[in-house]
Design a protein around this ligand. Structure first.
Ligand SMILES: *[C@@H]1O[C@H](CO)[C@@H](O)[C@H](O)[C@H]1NC(C)=O
Ligand SMILES: *[C@@H]1O[C@H](CO)[C@@H](O)[C@H](O)[C@H]1NC(C)=O
Ligand SMILES: *[C@@H]1O[C@H](CO)[C@@H](O)[C@H](O)[C@H]1NC(C)=O
Length: 411
């Protein structure tokens, strides 16, 4: 059964929600909605709160997108061993997924955090924070209280956010960039590289929990989808900010559990699969700092992706309206197979990941069947689920070192 757009939206709320709370047995499923006191205040920015504390250099950068958003980035130019020859350093751009920001990469003890590991391995590390997240809620003319500020989907992350970040890094370093994405960070990478916009500035790509097709993550929610009240999602939330920490969304989640007669707690285990390797202290820190806002329109676009089994631009809901925006009745498709076949690309996916479901990842990999074989590495980690790739205590040994080795091979 194909879920409706609003069902898909709900699905995402539930999945993220479930992902967030899985390890917190003691706190109960709605713990983060109750509001925890922050343990690491980020007011001073990500460098100050989450990089300097580990003894690394870190620079805050702002970049302005072509459509006026001001995005915050962090740069960790060197590891603990010092700078080395800066002119030879290769930049890596680390791009987070949906409903989180760059800080989600920095919540473990120092030697387990991906950005710090890559800095120690000699890379010039950059972290992106997409529009709408805590430090990227600025715009040249708009403010986050205006609906127009939230009038975008991941299409705009592809068209504007990624190009602004790439241009900034490339402009400063003169070097081609290694891209590393997780989850939505992989989706916007795939979409962008398929349109070939950034490939002249791109050295290689590492895709963790890769998503492009999402039609197999619906199983359990199928039941809930049948319940028509879900159609209210868009009506309740409107075209505006989608803030998972707000009472509105929180109440909505509770209502779903209640109305669907579902024990949210069981639901969680079934939906997310089980992250094998999260540290309880890290999860506390995660909950104090995430989730982050996105736009409701972005959630709707994602649910269209769930529904349609195809990667297309945002669907305005009717042939006429699409015609007005795109000059055609169906939104233009992103063609993953059009990603240049000689782009070095590394995939890592988990056997228990219910967002990047194994069936969907296999379908995705199928789009790469004509890719140059020696340019493509595929890693499967049986026991990993979605969040293990960002915060797993074993991720350094299991994934990050492999990514660093892969990047070095593409020098
Ligand atoms: C979990 O995190 C805490 C706090 O950062 C740390 O002291 C502990 O060593 C971590 N445990 C593991 C297994 O990494
Ligand atoms: C959102 O953008 C579209 C054009 O893409 C425009 O038609 C619409 O009026 C905008 N809505 C808001 C609330 O700014
Ligand atoms: C997608 O790109 C591939 C490779 O360039 C091409 O062979 C194929 O025809 C394209 N598919 C569509 C639907 O345009």
């Amino acid at each position: 059964m194909a879920p409706s757009g609003s069902t898909g939206l709900l699905l995402w709320v539930l999945i993220f929600f479930a992902l967030s709370i899985t390890p917190l047995e003691a706190r109960g499923p709605l713990g983060w909605l109750a509001g925890k006191p922050p343990q690491r205040t980020a007011a001073a920015g990500i460098c100050a709160s989450s990089v300097h504390i580990y003894g690394y250099k870190c620079e805050e950068h702002d970049v302005v997108t072509q459509d006026g958003y001001i995005l915050n980035m962090q740069r960790i130019p060197e590891g603990r061993a010092g700078a080395g020859d800066m002119s030879k350093k290769q930049p890596v751009l680390i791009q987070h997924g949906i409903l989180v920001d760059g800080m989600s990469w920095l919540l473990n003890p120092a030697d387990q955090n991906l950005p710090l590991i890559l800095a120690d391995q000699g890379f010039d590390v950059w972290m992106g924070n997409t529009r709408g997240t805590r430090f990227s809620r600025r715009h040249k003319y708009l403010n986050p209280h205006q609906p127009a500020f939230w009038n975008w989907t991941w299409d705009e992350l592809v068209s504007f956010d990624l190009p602004a970040m790439f241009d900034h890094i490339h402009g400063l370093t003169g070097q081609k960039i290694h891209y590393l994405g997780h989850s939505l960070g992989t989706l916007i990478g795939f979409a962008s590289f398929s349109e070939k916009g950034l490939v002249d500035k791109l050295r290689s790509a590492a895709m963790l929990s890769p998503i492009a097709y999402l039609s197999h993550m619906t199983t359990v929610i199928g039941d809930i989808a049948a319940r028509s009240f879900l159609a209210e999602a868009t009506a309740i939330l409107g075209v505006a900010e989608f803030n998972p920490k707000s009472g509105l969304v929180g109440g909505f989640i509770k209502a779903i559990c209640h109305q669907a007669g579902v024990d949210c707690y069981d639901l969680i285990a079934v939906i997310t699969g089980k992250n094998c390797c999260l540290n309880a202290s890290t999860i506390d820190l995660f909950l104090a700092n995430e989730p982050q806002s996105t736009s409701t329109k972005n959630m709707i676009h994602l649910s269209q992706t769930v529904r349609d089994k195809e990667l297309r631009k945002y669907n305005y809901g009717s042939g006429d309206r699409n015609m007005k925006h795109y000059g055609q009745a169906l939104p233009p498709a992103y063609n993953i197979s059009a990603i240049p076949h000689d782009l070095p690309i590394f995939f890592s996916y988990g056997g228990l990941d219910c967002l990047a479901d194994v069936t969907d990842v296999k379908y995705l990999l199928d789009q790469f069947k004509f890719h140059d074989k020696d340019k493509m590495d595929v890693q499967f980690i049986k026991e990993y689920a979605h969040a293990d790739f960002i915060m797993g205590v074993t991720a350094k040994d299991v994934v990050y070192n492999q990514v660093a080795t892969f990047f070095k091979r593409q020098s």
